[in-house]
Design a protein around this ligand. Structure first.
Ligand code: NAD
Length: 476
């Protein structure tokens, strides 16, 4: 439980922001302009369901329009409120600036438990919400482009895109009004996995820097590192799966709504996920005992903790007991400002949310560009690239034969070398580059300034500096 003295989510984000701007030399007033949320729209609408009208409350908050469109997910959860939406919109501004996606920050939410409605009902609710937002340009290819978040996914994004298209029948760029769509409705390969994939790339980059790894009291590579993950939804599942299957990490703990599983020898992420999908919870999973107080598992000994569920889960009431030396914030705002201070004093290294989960918005950016250019990435180059590589391979083999050297290219090398990059490979390459570049910008500040001792402030310094530059360029 969050302690009573804990600030709200938005206050927590503001406190972190203030800690960073205190180290900057911004012109008077600009600090306030960047920090405040520009506008938040609240809508209440009715939908006739099960023989009666049900009223829903939704929000779309625009934090900063220093670049347009503004960008940010739409969340479906019972806890959605104005404070939360504004905090998330602010984080989007800083995130987009940090990873250099050309967007301002926004976020939306609908106060609803999506599990209480069937697909047909959810479609009607989503279409009505999309209608309310679209008619105020709060969904628009050049103004405001939503994406999935907690409780929403490809399906909801397809409904939103279709609703917008019905209302804007002559807009040739209609598909760019929302990202995270299924491939057959204008989506992009690799978007579903993107945020989890970004967490993997973020950790890989962190482990490339020995000094940074040492700051967390760790050594070596990701291989064999013990990881606990909270939330096996879109972000947590993909992050845990890739880290286990591709980097040799051991997932020792998985925490879900109905409890947690802990197994020091490792849990099979895919098996737990299949169980969760089938049964709606992890209870009864045969290979590990369920701990009913799942959050307590976050306090177990491990190398890396990945909170990937929701905000405020590491707070004043448990921060002191968190033993992980390295935490990567896959969720938005999982560590409150107070807990952040406790962890900092303990020497815990925190890879902050605005960087750690930026994979989603990065690939959303690629999807938006794809929609505006009306062509799949790689479509023009792929076969030309393959043909050029084939030329080189043929020439090498001819030379080898003609000169009698007898070199043989291994079939594995040939297969990999000859294959031109399709959309998925290009998306992953762009995401990897984005995560590496952003991490390097953060760590440069972390290591070069005596008054900076953590990655969160470094991230804020980089992103606030960029937002400030963009306001200055506009003459503000
Ligand atoms: P999701 O709905 O797919 O998954 C969330 C998971 O967390 C679910 O499996 C849910 O059962 C579980 N959960 C909820 N409350 C929990 C609790 N108290 N303890 C343990 N588990 C709990 O949502 P998601 O899209 O994976 O988003 C998770 C977090 O990542 C959110 O903070 C979101 O803002 C952030 N995020 C998501 C994206 C994205 O692309 N989906 C991008 C950036 C950030």
């Amino acid at each position: 439980m969050v302690a009573v003295t804990e600030p709200s989510f938005r206050q927590s984000v503001d406190m972190m922001f203030n800690r960073a701007v205190g180290l900057m030399d911004l012109p008077p007033g600009l600090e306030e302009k960047i920090r405040v949320c520009n506008a938040t729209y609240t809508v209440r609408f009715g939908v006739r369901l099960r023989g009666q009208i049900q009223t829903f409350t939704g929000y779309r908050s625009v934090h900063s329009e220093h670049m347009e469109p503004v960008k940010g997910g739409i969340r479906y959860a019972l806890g959605v409120n104005q404070d939360e939406v504004e905090a998330l919109a602010a984080l989007m501004t800083y995130k987009c600036a940090l990873v250099e996606t050309p967007f301002g920050g926004s976020k939306g939410g609908l106060r609803i438990d999506p599990r209480q409605y069937d697909e047909h009902e959810l479609e009607r609710i989503t279409r009505r919400f999309a209608y309310e937002l679209s008619k105020r340009d709060l969904i628009h290819p050049s103004q405001n482009v939503p994406a999935p978040d907690m409780g929403t996914g490809e399906r909801e994004m397809a409904w939103i895109a279709d609703q917008y298209a019905r209302m804007n029948t002559t807009d040739i760029n209609a598909r760019a009004c929302v990202t995270g769509k299924p491939l057959n409705s204008g989506g992009i390969a690799g978007r579903v996995e993107a945020t989890g994939r970004g967490v993997q790339y973020a950790l890989r980059e962190f482990f490339r820097h020995k000094e940074d790894v040492a700051m967390a009291g760790l050594s070596g590579k990701l291989d064999g590192k013990r990881i606990i993950v909270q939330g096996l939804g879109n972000v947590g599942y993909h992050a845990a799966k890739f880290l286990q299957e591709e980097d040799g990490a051991i997932i020792t703990g998985i925490i879900e709504r109905d409890g947690g599983l802990f197994r020091p020898e490792g849990l099979n992420v895919e098996a737990v996920h299949q169980w969760l999908t089938k049964h709606g919870g992890i209870k009864g999973f045969p290979d590990a005992k369920l701990v009913s107080d799942g959050a307590a598992i976050m306090e177990e000994d491990c190398d890396i903790l990945i909170p990937a569920a929701m905000e405020g889960v590491i707070n004043l009431s448990n921060a002191e007991r968190i033993r992980a030396p390295l935490i990567i914030e896959a969720a938005n705002g999982p560590i409150t400002a107070g807990a952040d201070e406790i962890l900092r004093n303990k020497g815990t290294v925190v890879i902050p949310d605005m960087f750690a989960n930026a994979g989603g918005v990065t690939v959303s950016y690629f999807e938006w560009v794809k929609n505006l250019s009306h062509i799949r990435f790689g479509r023009m180059q792929r076969r030309a690239e393959e043909a050029r590589h084939q030329l080189l391979v043929d020439e090498l083999e001819r030379l080898s034969a003609d000169t009698g050297i007898g070199w043989q290219l291994t079939p594995n090398f040939k297969d990999k070398y000859l294959k031109g990059a399709g959309e998925l490979e290009l998306v992953r390459s762009g995401l990897d580059d984005t995560m590496r570049t952003a991490y390097q910008a953060m760590r440069q500040v972390w290591h070069s300034r005596d008054d900076v001792d953590d990655l969160r402030v470094s991230a804020y310094l980089v992103s606030i500096g960029r937002v400030a530059d963009s306001y200055r360029a506009k003459g503000l």
